[in-house]
Design a protein around this ligand. Structure first.
Ligand code: HEM
Length: 389
């Protein structure tokens, strides 16, 4: 039986002072503020939900915007921001912090709102990669709202309140992180539905310089000025052929990923945070050449620029018409440049051993808007709307 048979059917954190990131920040006024060390630049505001540690529950909800023109779009963004601010205050008061993050899709920059010349340079409609069988009903969207919280009930309540007029629901997927924890060296890890620990290979979110280099759009990124403080977000709904996977031996499963199932250590090493030297294993005797971690991050100088920050969740969507479970991974990643990051890495993964057990069915490319100041009149997307005049 092959895969297709089975599946087709806050805190205002100053990086200048090196302050640590909060585990779970609240609301839109909680972005990171960065000031130039020598010359005073306007503060760079960032939304929570990118480099914060991921809470245990989340939803990714895509919407289209119904509105006659840019003024109408600005109205939608203003209303959305006001609701998010009010929610943030209310949930913080209840001691149940939430993160709400808003990103925009390439379609927002079509003719409707006169934003065409302000599109982030690499923001395109997510292409179909060779292993994909994309379902149009679960792809793309003008706007993506990410809500994260400690439990699914909170996530649902928050999302329900974000249904402001002008937003037309397109698709949504709820996610969860089993055994959500943080390693000694600061990496958020969970255990995915294939039973493997996931996250140890991430860059360190506490390393501000690394985050600037890999994740955040800075003033030097060659992007429109309004986009500084944002980041490219990729969402991929990846269905797992769990029954096929569960029929494999643990040894085979470990060969597919290149890590041990029990504790996440790279094969042949004894700690999850140990770094495998691929140069010492050129023909893949220990970690196969088509193993997931080896393909994803070969750790060569040439591939260093394609590193990304993953912040994924598992999902369980019920049972499809043929009685097969619809479950897998809500793969989410952030990077400064989606072409140099995710797309380059995804092309490198083509033909990996994992392909046989997974089926990407949806998702999209988005751009996380810069954060807001919380001051009078500021709203998510304001820098974009103002740039368009
Ligand atoms: C198809 C479903 C996927 C599953 C089940 C999966 C699972 C895993 C697991 C278990 C690890 C090892 C733990 C870790 O290093 O964090 C890992 C590592 C990694 N994965 Fe995935 N992954 C999937 C898709 C992807 C995709 C689509 C990408 C990017 C295009 C990706 C990029 C990475 C990277 C960069 C690493 C770290 C490698 C390293 O630095 O050694 N993964 N993944």
């Amino acid at each position: 039986m092959n895969r297709r048979t089975v599946l087709t059917s806050v805190v205002a954190t100053s990086f200048a002072t090196g302050a640590a990131l909060s585990a779970c920040s609240v609301g839109v006024s909680d972005g990171d503020r960065v000031r130039g060390a020598t010359t005073e630049r306007p503060p760079v505001l960032r939304q929570p939900g990118v480099s914060t540690l991921p809470p245990a529950a989340a939803v990714q909800a895509a919407f289209d915007v119904r509105g006659a023109d840019r003024l109408a779009l600005a109205g939608v963004l203003r209303r959305l921001t006001a609701v998010i601010s009010a929610l943030a205050g209310r949930y913080a008061g209840l001691g149940r912090p939430v993160e709400v993050m808003v990103a925009v899709g390439a379609s927002l920059f079509d003719g409707r709102f006169g934003l065409g010349s302000h599109r982030p340079r690499a923001l395109v409609v997510m292409p179909s990669f060779p292993n994909d069988v994309l379902d149009p009903a679960r792809c793309h969207g003008d706007l993506l709202v990410q809500v994260c919280a400690g439990d699914v009930e909170t996530v649902r309540s928050v999302l329900a309140e974000l249904a402001v007029p002008g937003l037309v629901p397109r698709w949504r997927v709820e996610g969860f992180r089993d055994q959500n924890s943080v390693t000694g060296d600061g990496r958020a890890v969970d255990r995915n539905l294939f039973g493997f620990r996931d996250g140890a290979g991430n860059p360190d979110v506490r390393d501000a310089a690394e985050m600037e280099r890999l994740v955040w759009v800075g003033a030097d990124a060659g992007e429109p000025a309004w986009a500084v403080g944002g980041s490219y977000q990729v969402v991929r709904i990846i269905r797992f052929a769990t029954a096929l996977w569960d029929g494999e031996s643990v040894a085979r499963q470990e060969a597919v990923f290149g890590r041990r199932k029990s504790d996440g250590a790279p094969l042949g090493l004894d700690r999850e945070d140990a770094v495998f030297d691929y140069g010492s294993d050129p023909s893949g005797q220990v970690i196969a050449l088509d193993a997931h971690i080896r393909r994803a991050n070969p750790r060569t100088p040439e591939t260093a620029g394609s590193r990304i920050l993953r912040r994924g969740y598992s999902y369980r969507g019920g049972v499809d018409a043929a009685g097969r479970r619809d479950e897998g991974m809500l793969f989410i990643c952030f990077q400064r440049d989606v072409e140099a990051g995710f797309a380059t890495m995804q092309r490198r993964l083509a033909g990996e051993a994992l392909d046989r057990y997974v089926l990407p069915v949806g998702g999209g490319y988005f751009f996380v808007l810069p954060g807001v100041s919380g001051g009078d009149g500021d709203y998510l997307g304001r820098t974009l709307i103002d740039a368009a005049g």
